[in-house]
Design a protein around this ligand. Structure first.
Ligand code: PLP
Length: 391
């Protein structure tokens, strides 16, 4: 067997998801399939996105398509946008432009952790943290969210900390639960991380995974963990708010309240480490488009209507559903308590959901609201019918 240990580790961590890709591949041949699986677009791309890209395609200088590290105009637009949005003074030098949140998360792991270090990730949580960590020779350690409310369980994080802990990942708004964590929860977490860092004699860093930051319902307020804990890096992706995950652009940002000595060390390391990770910068056109893209978004009025319709109808039918405050996902307990069996039952009726087993919660399932209202209306009668599945 020639495969490296870390390649095998990554493969094992994501097995369930790659198997699921196989199932989804078959869907492509079924034009009538009602697809609520991945957060992929089901409608034509946003005109604002297309215009922003078109405006940058025509070269304006000889070095238009030269090798690009972080492009200054993009860093400046991000710093200005973050300063306005989070009420903290971000500087362009503290922004590394990356290939989406994926690229920013990978950069943070490599900036902060050494071989064998442990990184605490939420359960249920996004399924790509663990394979990315294995590929970087790092060790994922799961910490459960509160089982019913899906809030941050600060005690569970405290229990998961060991002398090898280097990073705690917080994802708000959270995939798959849709929860947005409060300032009070983040302050409690900051207290735990400060105490634990003193105890183990090494700083524990916080990675705030915020690709859904601008996808929130009912104007619910958002606090970045960077406001509560100075040793925080924020990762972001434009892929969610533009619903264009195939066009890769995002960033890693240092908390403005981070000590200057740490900030300087990371600023100096951004470009060398991104180069070492295989030129982990977005393509030139994506970076040039960032100032325009800052103000483009999916239609949150439409998404709120989808959330209300789906969540309301499923709850009325007896489903236990977490009402999302952000993201474009609904998280629910499968009728009968077996998410795989329930999703299989629905798939046989042409309604494709994501089983909770992909998030280490086999009793649950996830619905993506990137499906259109028409698709939602077609699927609802079958979902309502299945509310008593397994009983
Ligand atoms: N973090 C979370 C919680 C996600 O759900 C995703 C994508 O699904 C990402 C990061 C990666 O985002 P992108 O593909 O836009 O880089």
């Amino acid at each position: 067997m020639e495969l490296s240990d870390r390649a095998r580790g990554a493969q094992l961590e994501i097995d369930k998801v790659t198997d699921f890709f196989g199932v989804m591949g078959a869907l492509a041949d079924q034009p009538d399939a009602l697809d609520f699986t991945f957060g992929n677009p089901h409608e034509m791309p946003l005109p604002g996105l297309v215009e922003a890209l078109r405006a940058q395609v025509e070269p304006q200088t000889v070095d238009w398509f030269a090798y690009k590290s972080s492009v200054r105009t993009a860093q400046q637009a991000v710093a200005d946008g973050l300063t306005a949005e989070l009420s903290m003074p971000f500087e362009p030098d503290d922004i590394a432009m990356t290939q989406g949140a994926f690229g920013a998360i990978n950069l943070a792991f490599h900036l902060l952790a050494d071989q064998g270090d442990e990184v605490i990730v939420p359960v249920p949580g996004w399924f790509c943290y663990a394979p990315m960590l294995r590929a970087a020779n790092l060790v994922p350690v799961g910490a459960s969210l509160e089982p019913v409310s899906c809030d941050l369980d600060v005690e569970a994080i405290a229990r998961a900390i060991t002398p090898r802990t280097r990073i705690v990942v917080v994802n708000s708004p959270a995939n798959p639960t849709g929860r947005v964590y409060t300032r009070a929860q983040l302050d409690d977490l900051a207290t735990v991380l400060n105490e634990a860092s003193d105890r183990i004699g090494r700083r524990i860093w916080l990675l705030s995974d915020e690709p859904y930051r601008r996808i929130r319902f009912d104007d619910i307020p958002f606090t970045t963990p960077a406001a509560a804990y100075p040793w925080t890096m924020i990762d972001y992706s434009y892929g969610k708010v533009l619903l264009a995950p195939g066009q890769r652009v995002g960033y890693l940002a240092l908390s403005p309240s981070m000590p200057d000595v740490d900030k300087q060390a990371f600023r100096d390391a951004f470009t060398p480490v991104q180069l070492a990770l295989g030129w982990n910068f977005p393509n030139a056109i994506m970076q040039y488009a960032v100032p325009a893209l800052e103000s483009v978004s999916i239609d949150m009025v439409e998404y709120t209507a989808r959330r209300n319709r789906m969540c309301g109808a499923l709850r009325d039918a007896g489903y236990e559903i977490t009402r999302p405050e952000g993201t474009f996902y609904l998280w629910g307990r499968a009728p009968g308590g077996d998410g795989d069996a329930f999703c299989m039952h629905m798939a046989e009726r042409g309604v494709h959901l994501m089983p909770g087993s992909l998030f280490d919660r086999p009793e649950h399932f996830r619905i993506s609201l990137t499906a259109t209202m028409e698709t939602i209306e077609k699927a609802l009668p079958m979902l309502v019918d299945a509310a008593s599945f397994g009983s």
